[in-house]
Ligand binder design. Structure first.
Ligand code: FUB
Ligand code: ZN
Length: 657
């Protein structure tokens, strides 16, 4: 069965994709060219300061010898440009634009001019310390930046056929291959920030050059072996200059880098969350390419650990700002967490690879949770403001005055000194079509309810329509000319498996309710036209966390369909933690609510309670049971849409009374 060509028609996502094409891409281009006056924030009070300008394109011009000056910005700033280019590659597929394509073509010429003859490209090292190339890869990000270029180059070549885009990528990969690998004359290392592995896997798919997947596999397998590669580099190579923006890590074989043990021995997801999830994405892809079952088993084990023990209800991962990292099982604090936007994007990437290896609705369920919650919460609906950190509970006073919460922003900044997240969102949303299906042998797995038309060669077209995530009524029309034999598998989300209906050509199906790994499987032979109407359970749900999650004890989250909901001060007043929800609450749904945002939202309301204080001057007083409360109406909005109005408190988990 052929991979489909997909045109997204979905009302919800078409608006996001319009924002990416018409707003985010031009905006981000002006930011990385320093053509717009904006406030650039540090991601937290302790972060490296590089917030005057982006300078990312200028760094390339300087490295290319086309401009004079010094490097400015985060030392891995090149990746902002490459992620922008990758977003353009995907956006041009659904919104062709000659002018934008010309801008991207010109950028590629600049990148090729900055690239050295041997394929090396990292503007920070080229400008500041050419003698230190590949000498300190623990924190250098050279391999990370080149990985991001390779992803962009492959995507741009696939869209436009621009040969230069692919040539830069293969030259880069060949350069890395010349320096790293098992041979005695090469470095026996791997990236400090995984990313290259997943990029090499994509390049191998495109070029059919197994050398690239072999190099990715080598780096994955080498990780965590002894002697520790980063320590060897630190001990043997010319030291990093004192004025560098980064220093040698204090401990080179550590959880932060996921390199204290080989990847197959990792018991839990640990360390820096984006590093971990990018690594897992690469591992899963390479496991498929190299038929490595033990690597796939490691991915499966770590997937389970994340999803069952370390993932927020919003899909966010990374429980602490310290090292932007995973911590330990069930440690999910709501107001100090990290939940970096990039980490949620990476969970989507990881889920896709797991689906490709072994289609199971569980992966698509998590993908959906990320897509509708933890990723798009990272952008405002004006397309020009972004969260790096996605909290589940916010108190503006705490963010302002508690140094431990300086990373928890109340409003989305226009840009960051470390700007990894905004272009990551742009490339994810622009490539949404890649996440709708998994095609395996003669089975087509429909993973997401995003309206579209998919063409599987001349014989078969599938259209899907609906008004998801607001409505659970979804229609498919399958048109086929030659009645091909195939199985059509529709994911039934975990939250609807107890209650859904299916009609085929208008007939309610009562004998089709058995699911296979979360999918409803329909087999042929297929007539010329088949319509399938699916009705999912869109009742409001209250969700409890495992009791080992102490942060959520006695609390519930409100969900409806794929959306997690939250309370905002704008609708519910201040002191949100004093509010609670009864166990027997009934909910009212309001559709098409206009909160002054580009999207109309479905809100949820009910009557809850608010704690009152008998003597508000006293900090402590004799306990009263039950505590006095007053009735209060509660209004919940989708989590992704929070912080689009005036700054205020926000809360996902709510006490239950
Ligand atoms: O190190 C590169 C990127 O910057 C990471 O992926 C993010 O977590 C941020 O630290
Ligand atoms: Zn990020």
């Amino acid at each position: 069965m052929k991979q489909p060509k997909i045109q997204i028609t979905d009302p919800f996502w078409s608006e996001y994709r319009r924002i990416v094409k018409d707003v985010m891409i031009p905006y981000q281009w002006s930011v990385i060219n320093d053509d717009v006056k904006i406030d650039i924030e540090r991601e937290n009070a302790n972060a490296f300061k590089a917030s005057e300008k982006s300078h990312a394109v200028q760094n390339l011009k300087i490295a290319a010898g086309l401009a004079q000056g010094d490097f400015y910005g985060f030392w891995f700033q090149d990746s902002d440009v490459y992620k922008w280019l990758e977003a353009v590659a995907y956006a041009l597929r659904y919104a062709p634009d000659q002018k934008l394509q010309q801008t991207a073509d010109d950028l590629l010429v600049l990148i090729s001019q900055a690239q050295e003859a041997d394929g090396y490209l990292d503007t920070f090292f080229q400008i500041r310390a050419p003698q230190l190339k590949f000498q300190h890869v623990s924190f250098s990000h050279e391999l990370y930046c080149m990985g991001h270029y390779i992803e962009a180059g492959v995507a741009y070549y696939q869209t436009t056929g621009n040969q230069l885009a692919l040539t830069i990528a293969t030259k880069m990969a060949d350069c890395i291959d010349a320096h790293f690998g098992p041979e005695a004359n090469k470095m026996h290392g791997y990236p400090g920030h995984p990313e290259l592995e997943l990029a090499l896997a994509k390049l191998a798919d495109e070029t059919h050059e197994t050398r690239y997947s072999d190099l990715a596999a080598y780096m994955i397998n080498q990780r965590g072996t002894k002697p520790n590669f980063f320590a060897e580099q630190a001990n043997n190579n010319e030291p990093l200059p004192a004025d560098f923006p980064f220093a040698e890590p204090e401990d080179n074989g550590q959880q932060y880098f996921q390199n204290h043990v080989p990847v197959r021995e990792l018991q839990a997801a640990e360390g820096h969350a984006v590093r971990m999830t990018y690594l897992l994405t690469g591992m899963a892809h390479v496991a498929r390419q190299t038929h490595d079952e033990s690597l796939q088993a490691a991915c499966q084990h770590l997937w389970k650990n994340i999803v069952d023990k370390q993932m927020y209800v919003t899909g966010g991962v990374g429980s602490t700002v310290a090292g932007e990292a995973f911590t330990f099982d069930y440690d999910l604090p709501n107001d100090t967490m990290y939940c970096e936007t990039c980490a949620s994007c990476a969970m989507v990437f990881f889920a896709k690879q797991m689906l490709e290896n072994n289609p199971d609705g569980e992966y698509a369920d998590v993908m959906e949770r990320e897509l509708y919650n933890g990723t798009i919460s990272g952008m405002s609906l004006d397309g020009q403001h972004f969260f790096y950190v996605n909290p589940l509970a916010v108190n503006p006073e705490a963010s302002a005055l508690d140094p431990n919460k300086s990373h928890v922003k109340v409003s989305r900044p226009a840009w960051f000194g470390c700007a990894c997240c905004p272009p990551n969102l742009a490339r994810l949303i622009a490539s949404l079509d890649q996440y709708l299906y998994t095609v395996k042998d003669e089975t087509i797995y429909s993973n997401q309810f995003v309206g579209h038309t998919a063409t599987f060669g001349a014989d078969l077209t599938i259209t899907q329509s609906g008004n998801y995530p607001w409505s659970g009524n979804i229609s498919y029309t399958i048109n086929t000319q030659n009645k091909p034999e195939f199985t059509f598998a529709i994911r039934i989300p975990d939250w609807s498996q107890a209650n859904y209906t299916v009609k085929i050509n208008g007939q309610l199906q009562n004998d089709l309710l058995d699911l296979d790994h979360g999918y409803l499987k329909l087999t042929g032979p297929w007539p010329a036209t088949t319509t399938i109407e699916l009705a999912l359970d869109m009742a409001v749900r209250t969700t409890q966390a495992n009791p080992l999650v102490t942060a959520d004890l006695g609390k519930v989250a409100v969900e409806r369909g794929p959306l997690v909901y939250c309370l905002e001060q704008a609708d519910n007043g201040a002191h949100l933690p004093t509010l609670s929800l009864g166990t027997e609450s009934t909910f009212q749904i309001q559709d098409n609510v206009d909160l002054g945002l580009p999207l109309k939202l479905t809100t949820v309301s009910t009557t809850g309670a608010k704690l009152t204080s008998t003597n508000s001057d006293q900090l402590y007083q004799s306990a009263q049971n039950p505590r006095p409360t007053t009735a209060q109406s509660l209004t919940f909005i989708p989590y992704f849409a929070w912080a689009n109005r005036q700054p205020g408190e926000m809360q996902v988990w709510l006490r239950q009374h």
